[in-house]
Design a protein around this ligand. Structure first.
Ligand SMILES: Cc1ncc(COP(=O)(O)O)c(C=O)c1O
Length: 401
């Protein structure tokens, strides 16, 4: 049996070792100028990350959660609104919706891509809502509240199928805010526009997380909003800084949601490597796909949709024997994760809501069967072979039981 392979789920130590001198230079530079908040490092990152995402504007903030919250509010979501998302995301997505004063509601996922199923979104809008042509608002009948926005989550580094989502959003006057927290650099082929679009450039605005383990991660907390709308960018910048564009002059009550200069400087160093790191993840995904082929049926590789160039923030396999497989890999010294074990509608945090088991069967089914394998820039072929050998050992032992 494969033992003590010692393959971490994510290896950030090796990634940073190669660029450590440059990162330390950033700390030195910022300490010497004492420009710890805002300033040229944050502005530089905003310009460079906007370019990377092919968006007009970027506003650096202190987390992906705040990026979502500010983007929702800046784009016009009001207290009392309903915002639609999926149940199989990190709770930050719904926290941000609630913190913007709105109420999250869910649409189930496509079990192949794990992203929002646009046919189910259409059915939700057609059957659970009435569109009031006079006010131009889409009212959720049971709750008698307006649905004003959709947050498609580009989960695991693959973009949601945006063409039908944008079409429905246009028809029902909904704001689209991309949760791109796991999708830095991911692309979507829009048949409607006949071109590839980058995550962060498609919705009214998008939110990114720079949590350390993300494809572009800070050495601490960080996040960003991207948008092509100058007013959304301006309002987001105001919200992140206590509601002010000018110090001590407050347009609204805001938040302390600023990105600090040391993180921005480090992110600028790492952004230069992001395209290459994403390519390394894609190459590793292709290798896993090949190595997992013989196990088809018992352990299935993730599917990259034809409209998608995914960046594999996570490489998520699906198996009915998930818990046993995870145990086997842990015993073999291989790190894994489950993203996420409990769909949000079944979380204790939402026990006061009317959701129940069975409401979103695809998300529930996925939560029981998904397993994230080691995936990071710098993952070696030898490491991948050890992972897949351990999986085939498991599959063989399971078949003979
Ligand atoms: C899908 C998704 N949304 C939102 C967030 C929130 O980002 P942060 O942790 O930077 O607040 C994350 C990060 O974990 C995420 O994965």
């Amino acid at each position: 049996m494969t033992q003590n392979a010692k393959i971490p789920f994510v290896d950030l130590v090796s990634l940073h070792r190669a660029i450590e001198p440059e990162l330390l230079q950033v700390c030195k530079r910022v300490i010497e100028t004492a420009g710890f908040i805002g300033g040229p490092e944050v502005e530089g990152l905003e310009k460079e990350f906007a370019q990377f995402c092919e968006a007009e504007y970027c506003v650096g903030v202190n987390s992906g959660t705040d990026a979502l919250r500010f983007a929702l509010t800046a784009a016009g979501v009001q207290p009392g609104d309903i915002v639609i998302t999926v149940p199989n995301t990190f709770i930050a997505t719904t926290e941000a919706i609630s913190q913007a004063g709105a109420r999250p509601d869910f649409v189930d996922i496509d079990p192949i891509t794990f992203n929002i199923d646009s046919r189910k979104l259409q059915s939700y809008l057609e059957t659970q809502c009435v569109f009031d042509a006079k006010t131009g608002r889409c009212i959720q009948k049971a709750l008698n509240q307006p649905v004003t926005a959709i947050v498609p989550v580009h989960l695991f580094g693959q973009m949601a199928d945006m063409d039908p989502i944008l079409e429905l959003a246009e028809k029902y006057h909904l704001i689209v805010i991309e949760d791109a927290c796991q999708a830095h650099g991911a692309e979507y082929f829009s048949k409607k526009q006949n071109r590839w679009l980058k995550a962060g450039s498609v919705g009214r605005a998008a939110a990114f997380s720079f949590y350390p383990g993300k494809n572009l991660g800070a050495c601490g907390e960080g996040g960003a909003i991207t948008t092509n709308d100058p007013e959304v960018a301006r309002r987001s910048a105001v919200l992140r800084d206590h509601g002010s564009a000018k110090k001590y002059y407050h347009e609204v009550e805001g938040y302390n949601g600023r990105l600090d200069s040391i993180q921005a400087g480090m992110l600028r160093i790492k952004l230069k490597h992001l395209a290459d790191w994403n390519e390394q993840r894609r190459a590793a995904a292709r290798i896993y796909d090949e190595l997992l082929k013989p196990m088809k049926g018992s352990v299935s590789a993730p599917t990259q949709a034809s409209y998608s160039k995914a960046v594999y923030h996570l490489y998520v396999v699906r198996t009915p024997f998930r818990d046993e497989l995870q145990k086997h890999l842990t015993n073999a010294g291989i790190g894994t994760g489950i993203h996420y074990p409990v769909p949000l509608h079944l979380q204790k945090a939402y026990s006061a809501m009317a959701w129940a088991k069975g409401d979103f069967p695809e998300a529930e089914g996925a939560a029981e069967q998904i397993l994230s394998l080691p995936m990071f820039a710098g993952l070696t072929l030898d490491q991948q072979k050890l992972v897949t050998e351990a999986i085939s050992e498991f599959a063989a032992s399971f078949a003979t039981r």
